[in-house]
Design a binder for this molecule. Structure first.
Ligand SMILES: Nc1ncnc2c1ncn2[C@@H]1O[C@H](COP(=O)(O)OP(=O)(O)OP(=O)(O)O)[C@@H](O)[C@H]1O
Ligand SMILES: [Mg+2]
Length: 235
């Protein structure tokens, strides 16, 4: 692959991302120290690391949910100064470019399953009418289409995560950022959900960054890495 083609295929690039937190009556906590990530189209990267090493912080920076201290993030060709405060306009870019899946699902409790998925479409400014068939198809693919009218509190954890994955994929984002998506699930359900996430990402040609404590899930991605002492170490 030529350098030019490689560059064009980069869906997410992070350059020299650093982040510290100030702690009361203690020195600053340096969580990330000059982290670099290059994620190509249709590729996947897993990140493991001890609890508290900064995995969620890193995904939050990549999703632009909080600012870094320094560094640059590229969502495709969109260049973002990572230390800047996230702008309101970025919410709609994010909704189109990045899908996020969390350990705790974060579905909106008052909305039914289909409405939860369509909320993502609404936030991105895409057409609800145009995307509703796709939302239903993704829910079907995730095995929860029959629960479309149900509110999240009436679903099992595994079902909620299926809905969250459909919501993350509906806008055809280039990247999914998944933060321990099976962390709250039993082993068998976790394995099912992981399979769905990996298969759906491959089918949709969406790239994936997967934070997981599970070494066998981590091995299922194209590249594996460990976050340690603020550095991302590629294996
Ligand atoms: N807003 C904040 N203010 C101060 N410290 C924070 C803040 N958010 C996170 N931290 C600290 O930063 C470090 C990294 O936290 P983070 O949640 O990124 O870890 P993690 O690798 O995701 O851990 P886990 O595997 O347990 O989810 C922790 O020591 C945490 O206490
Ligand atoms: Mg975490």
């Amino acid at each position: 692959m030529s350098e030019q083609t490689k560059k064009e295929n980069v869906v997410l690039h992070a350059k020299s991302l650093s982040k510290s937190y100030s702690i009361v009556d203690a020195p600053d906590l340096k969580v990330l120290n000059q982290v670099n990530i290059t994620l190509h189209e249709s590729s996947s990267l897993s990140i493991r690391g001890d609890s508290g090493c900064g995995k969620s912080t890193l995904l939050n920076l990549l999703a632009r949910l909080e600012p870094a201290d320094e560094g640059t993030i590229f969502w495709g060709e969109k260049r973002i100064a990572a230390a800047s405060k996230p702008l309101a306009v970025e919410a709609s870019w994010r909704a189109k470019h990045v899908g996020v899946v969390y350990q705790s699902y974060y579905l909106i409790p008052e909305l039914n399953v289909l409405e939860n998925v369509l909320m993502s479409v609404r936030l991105s400014g895409l057409s609800i009418a145009e995307y509703e068939p796709r939302a239903k198809e993704l829910l079907d693919q995730m095995g929860v289409e029959s629960k479309s009218k149900q509110i999240p509190s009436k679903l099992s954890g595994g079902e909620r995560q299926r809905v969250a994955i459909a919501r993350a994929l509906v806008n055809r984002p280039k990247v999914i950022l998944a933060d321990e998506p099976t962390g709250n699930l039993d082993e068998r359900t976790g394995a099912e959900i992981m399979k769905l996430l990996l298969n759906a990402s491959a089918k949709e040609k969406t790239s994936l960054i997967l934070v997981t404590h599970n070494p066998s899930f981590a091995r299922a991605t194209d590249e594996t890495s460990i976050l340690k002492d603020g550095k991302l170490i590629y294996e």
